[in-house]
Design a binder for this molecule. Sequence first.
Ligand SMILES: N[C@@H](CCC(=O)N[C@@H](CS)C(=O)NCC(=O)O)C(=O)O
Length: 221
Amino acid sequence: MITLHHLENSRSQRIAWALEALELDYQIRHYQRVPETNEAPEELKAIHPLGKAPVLEDDGVIIAESAAILEYLVERYGHNSTLKPLSDVDLRDYRYWLHFAEGSLMPLLVMQLLFDKIPTQPMPFFVRPIAKGIGNAVKAGFIQPRLAPMVALMEQHLAKQPWFAGQHFTIADIQMSFPLLAMEQGKTLAKSPHIQAWLERVREQPSYQKAVAKVGEYRAF
Ligand SMILES: N[C@@H](CCC(=O)N[C@@H](CS)C(=O)NCC(=O)O)C(=O)O
């Protein structure tokens, strides 16, 4: 039996989408975030030592890291599926975007989220403008100059083809869905019509809709 250990409002939505796309039987074990900190609850550490979501359990085998789980699923269950690339060129893109999502894009988005949140934390009133100023300086001087070329790269790529790895959607798109849904809600994709069109195609997928019905739509914090 396959169990998806799903943390509410998290990257594990990706795995629910893949499980639906592969038409697999699975159960979901739901975990709630700790209200004060938004962290995963301690009980998830009993499944995997890092206690992060997603975690997949398949016949007693535990797999963590979204991309590793997605690759495991297509390798084990996706022989006849179209979730894998069709050509060598598509394979190169597939690998690139599968890694890019968590290796390059997510670290910047997490950093941005942290610097947005810091000034909202409890602190003496006279420190708040200083915290805000430091956050704005880091965002303008470090995050934005790195994020803007990434958005341009994704936009140029999706101007050439409908999906990240070719003419049909693959697990590379599933992996990319989390950061791009988060960016869309942060209103940072207003000038990226090809990324927006890709997000519309994502929402049109019946497997995506089935996953959302089970685990909910991602809401940026
Ligand atoms: N690179 C990992 C990131 C895992 C991760 O940080 N997951 C978040 C959920 S979106 C989490 O568990 N956060 C709760 C916490 O850090 O306590 C992956 O893609 O699986």
